[in-house]
Design a protein around this ligand. Structure first.
Ligand SMILES: [Zn+2]
Length: 160
C-alpha cells in the first residue's frame, strides 16, 4: 500500500495532514477547532486511529485546558463511533510522546486501537503474518460517514 504520493515528505506528518498538504494522504475522519482524528497510516487493526491536537506540541503538559477538554470529548466521541461501526470488545488507548515513542512522529498524538476477540498477537504482526481485513482508505471513508451521521455526543441513552 502506498501512503505517500512520492517520497517521504519533509516536516511533521500530522502538521502536513492538518494543513492539507498534497504531500501526504489525508485520512482525517473528524476535525474540530482544536483536535483532529485520522486513521493511522500503519494500522494495527481496522479502526486504529490517532487523535491529536491541531497545534504542533510534543508533550501532554503543553496542552491548554481547552485542548485537554477537547481531547477528552473527541476521544469519547471516537469510541462511540468505533463501537457503532466495528463493535470491538476492548481498546488500547495511549499517548505517544516524543520521537522514540512514536516512530517518526514527534507531534503529540493519542492512539486508539480497537481490539477484537481472537485477533492474532503482536508476534505474528511483527513476523508479517498479520493480514489486515481492510485498507486504511476504506476505513477512512466509513469512519468519515459515521462521524458525520453520528447523533449528538451528549445523547444519554443508546437503547438496548
Ligand atoms: Zn506537527
Amino acid at each position: 500500500m502506498k501512503y505517500f504520493r512520492e517520497k517521504k515528505p519533509d516536516g511533521c506528518i500530522l502538521c502536513l495532514i492538518y494543513e492539507g498538504s498534497k504531500e501526504v494522504e489525508d485520512l482525517t475522519v473528524y476535525r474540530s477547532g482544536l483536535v483532529s482524528v485520522t486513521v493511522n497510516l500503519y494500522p494495527y487493526n481496522p479502526g486504529h486511529l490517532l487523535v491529536f491536537p491541531n497545534r504542533h506540541i510534543q508533550d501532554v503538559r503543553e496542552m491548554s485546558e481547552q485542548e485537554e477538554r477537547e481531547m477528552s470529548r473527541v476521544t469519547k466521541l471516537t469510541l462511540d463511533v468505533l463501537d457503532d461501526l466495528f463493535s470491538p470488545t476492548a481498546y488500547n488507548i495511549g499517548f505517544n510522546m516524543g520521537l522514540e515513542a512514536g516512530g517518526s512522529i514527534d507531534h503529540l498524538h493519542q492512539h486508539i486501537i480497537p481490539r477484537y476477540p481472537r485477533e492474532i498477537g503482536i508476534a505474528e504482526l511483527i513476523g508479517g503474518k498479520k493480514i489486515l481485513v481492510e485498507s486504511p482508505y476504506d476505513t477512512a471513508v466509513k469512519l468519515t460517514e459515521a462521524f458525520n451521521s453520528f447523533p449528538s455526543q451528549d445523547s444519554v441513552s443508546k437503547g438496548c
